[in-house]
Design a protein around this ligand. Structure first.
Ligand code: TIU
Length: 225
């Protein structure tokens, strides 16, 4: 059964007009380095269990999206093996003993082609689903994401993944400035910090939806059924 041209979804700060033919699912950085014990996230001193609760809701949303034959795009944060796209400021930030490019438990940290840089098996991309390798926090900076979305006729994004206040927020802000309407299902985004999770979502929907809308994945799943 095909979906209606538009579906009104319960969302904050007001209902979101989902246009299935123009909406892509953008899954941000669900990478082993951020979600699995021993990765870059844990190395920064973070509790990865705070992110792992997003895996199941993302699996359900991804399955529904694929069943509806709507576009899915995945991103990964990382760098070239020769580090030529890694700003020195990013490399030394935090004064950690181990940093991007150094050997870690799952290969060199945040380097393309290494095990830790790849997407977790639970949400692994299917052949044909674009994977955007991004050197920054935002998915638009120094990538071809905007071209790919434009070529697909996409004007709306459902943005999920990690972390809420870093790569998800940066991407939603970048998308908003490029004219996309963004909807964020709160249970499909995660932060290592409970207060940043709350504030990261509040910042998106404040002031009449200054950057976008916030909903729950059940709302999206019901609409796609
Ligand atoms: N993907 C993403 O959010 N990258 C980060 O480095 N996030 C942190 O919260 N550290």
């Amino acid at each position: 059964m095909s979906l209606p041209a538009t579906i009104e979804l319960e969302a904050e700060p007001y209902p979101f007009e989902l246009t299935p033919g123009r909406c892509a699912l953008l899954i941000i950085d669900m990478q082993r380095d951020f979600l699995e014990p021993g990765g870059f996230g844990e190395m920064l001193g973070n509790d990865v269990s705070q992110l792992r609760r997003t895996i199941e809701p993302n699996q359900r949303l991804l399955a529904a999206w694929r069943a509806a034959r709507m576009p899915v795009i995945h991103t990964r944060e990382g760098h070239r093996p020769d580090l030529s796209d890694l700003p020195p400021a990013k490399r030394i930030r935090g004064r950690g003993r181990t940093t991007i490019g150094d050997p870690g438990p799952m290969g060199r940290i945040l380097i393309r082609g290494e095990a830790g840089h790849d997407i977790i098996p639970e949400l692994y991309p299917l052949p044909g689903e674009p994977v955007i390798d991004k050197p920054g926090k935002g998915a638009f900076h120094a990538t071809d994401l905007h071209s790919i979305l434009s070529n697909l006729g996409i004007t709306q994004l459902v943005v999920t993944g990690v972390t809420t206040e870093v790569c998800v927020n940066t991407t939603v802000r970048e998308a908003n400035d490029r004219g996309y309407n963004c909807l964020v299902p709160s249970d499909c985004v995660g932060s290592y910090f409970a207060d940043f999770q709350e504030m990261g979502l509040r910042m998106i929907k404040a002031q009449g939806g200054i950057f976008g809308w916030v909903t729950r994945s059940e709302t999206l799943l019901a609409a796609l059924r």
